[in-house]
Design a protein around this ligand. Structure first.
Ligand code: FAD
Length: 319
């Protein structure tokens, strides 16, 4: 069984979801072929080939930043090669491409999946439903190719085996330039915005911090450890932090090395966004708070005492 994945890149950078897609494809224990489309792809091809069995490269400026052209080209490749699965990230690109591709191929589609396996030759996926409260297992109907998008951050690429796969350049199968859809510009996030999905250390704050005036204590700890402040939803609702810092089902999924949860109870909507962190430390004055059930370490105490003490200790150790 062969799995094709899309190597997603933007503004000269390969997206992490490319390697996460390879990781998800490896769960099917099979050959992984990456499709890489656009222009100036030589460096990307080398990086992807390190972990894929094969990389198909189509250099064509008509494809760059045009999801309709992507869909057509991927469709042509899949119709010819007939992989068992085509897999990509459930990113804005994936949401554009995957459903259109499934219609074109008359394929089953499963989106935003968090688990994948093969059972008796059929593809089984896990989706998180009801805001993360329930995990639902689905077996896809028999088909030549199934289309799947994976949730970013769910399939770790940390332990990918090196393959040094073969890089094959292909002629572009795009018949004509797409005129009805045009790329205009990238809109940068507002200045100063922080990407919590990329941080190694998150100091995450919940309602337990009680007052906006206490937020500086979290910033001081984040500065001391070289981390970033994230939060639960009430902190955003109270306007203590912007929405792009919110972790959870209606916020972002994060996978830092360290996630320190201060005054966060551990509602499932929050936990769904941070349970993939390598190390979780919970600080809560309530020993029965559900957050302790997902944490490797816990401190039962007042965060307004613990946070400044930690900041002091870290500064002391650093000096
Ligand atoms: C559709 C939907 C989507 C949602 N999406 C999200 C989401 O994306 N992210 C999210 O976070 N939530 C989300 N929620 C809200 C979620 O259900 C919870 O209400 C929320 O996560 C609770 O935030 P919290 O833990 O900060 O607050 P609380 O549940 O009020 O917990 C505060 C915690 O702080 C502790 N505490 C209080 N004082 C101190 C102190 N001095 N020292 C130490 N500990 C202290 C308390 O013991 C308590 O455990 C969503 C809800 C719905 C319905």
């Amino acid at each position: 069984m062969t799995v094709y994945i899309l190597a997603e890149h933007r503004r000269g950078e390969l997206m992490d979801v490319t390697f996460e897609s390879i990781s998800a494809a490896r769960r099917l224990n099979d050959e992984v072929v990456a499709i890489l489309l656009g222009t100036d792809l030589a460096d990307h091809a080398e990086k992807v080939a390190k972990y894929a069995d094969k990389v198909l490269v189509v250099e064509d400026e008509r494809i760059e930043n045009n999801t309709e052209a992507y869909t057509q080209v991927i469709g042509e490749i899949i119709k010819k090669d007939k992989p068992k699965v085509f897999l990509m990230g459930n990113t804005s690109m994936g949401m554009d491409i995957a459903p259109a591709l499934a219609i074109d191929l008359d394929s089953p589609i499963a989106t935003d999946v968090v688990g994948i396996s093969e059972e008796g030759g059929r593809i089984k996926v896990t989706r998180s439903v009801y805001n993360g409260k329930v995990l639902s297992d689905l077996v896809l109907r028999e088909a030549e190719t199934s289309v799947i998008t994976i949730r970013s951050g769910e399939f770790s690429a940390a332990d990918l085996e090196e393959k040094n796969g073969e890089i094959t350049k292909m002629d572009s199968p795009l018949k004509e330039a797409i005129e009805n859809k045009k790329f205009l510009e990238f809109v940068e996030p507002v200045a100063g915005a922080v990407d919590i999905t990329q941080a190694d250390v998150l100091i995450s704050i919940g309602r337990g911090i009680k007052d906006k005036d206490n937020m500086h204590i979290a910033e001081e700890l984040a500065d001391a450890v070289g981390g970033v402040v994230s939060c639960s939803r009430p902190v955003v609702d109270y306007d203590w932090l912007p929405k792009d810092r919110q972790v959870g089902t209606s916020g972002k999924t994060v996978k830092p090395k360290f996630y320190l949860a201060f005054g966060i109870s551990g509602a499932f909507q929050h936990v769904a966004g941070m349970k993939g962190a390598t190390m979780i430390v919970a600080i809560n004055k309530d020993i029965k708070a559900p957050i302790f059930s997902v944490a490797q370490y816990g401190i039962v105490d007042d965060l307004l005492k613990v946070m400044p003490a930690l900041t002091e200790k870290i500064k002391e150790l650093k000096s």
